[in-house]
Design a protein around this ligand. Structure first.
Ligand SMILES: [Zn+2]
Length: 140
């Protein structure tokens, strides 16, 4: 694992408002709370820079791993994953109750690969919605 300087880690966390940049859960609502990882993995040429680092809950990061693309479940075409530094979440996903509905090919591959709508994840979001703790509102 690459060393990420403290100031860069702080910048990456603060700009998200403490939200997982994929599933929009408050990072403190999962244990372990969060990870900072490379959007484009180093093995694919990604760098340890603010533009290539993201805040993720451990579940999203665990399913994403070093992947940068996957087969679109609708078209079977190779498609890049949603890129939280270059794309807007609302352009690729929408919430329907506790379900994260994809709106684009990038949204479909990301929701599928990261298992956004696995029953356990939907159930957790439903519980958090009832408590007024979901969705997390990202900064800026
Ligand atoms: Zn997540």
């Amino acid at each position: 694992m690459t060393y990420i300087p403290t100031e860069l880690r702080r910048l990456v966390v603060e700009r998200t408002g403490g939200c997982c940049e994929y599933c929009r859960i408050q990072i403190t609502d999962r244990l372990p709370p969060f990870e900072i990882d490379h959007i484009i993995a180093e093995k694919h040429g990604g760098h340890t820079t603010a533009g290539n680092l993201w805040v993720t809950c451990y579940r999203c990061n665990g399913f994403k791993g070093s992947d940068i693309a996957s087969a679109d479940p609708e078209t079977e075409r190779a498609t890049f994953l949603f890129h939280p530094r270059k794309q807007r979440w609302d352009d690729h996903f929408r919430l329907v109750g506790a379900v994260i509905e994809p709106l684009s090919p990038e949204g479909r591959v990301t929701a599928s690969l990261l298992r956004f709508n696995a029953l356990i994840h939907v159930a957790q979001r439903e519980a958090l919605i009832k408590e007024g703790r979901y969705p997390c509102q990202p900064a800026g």
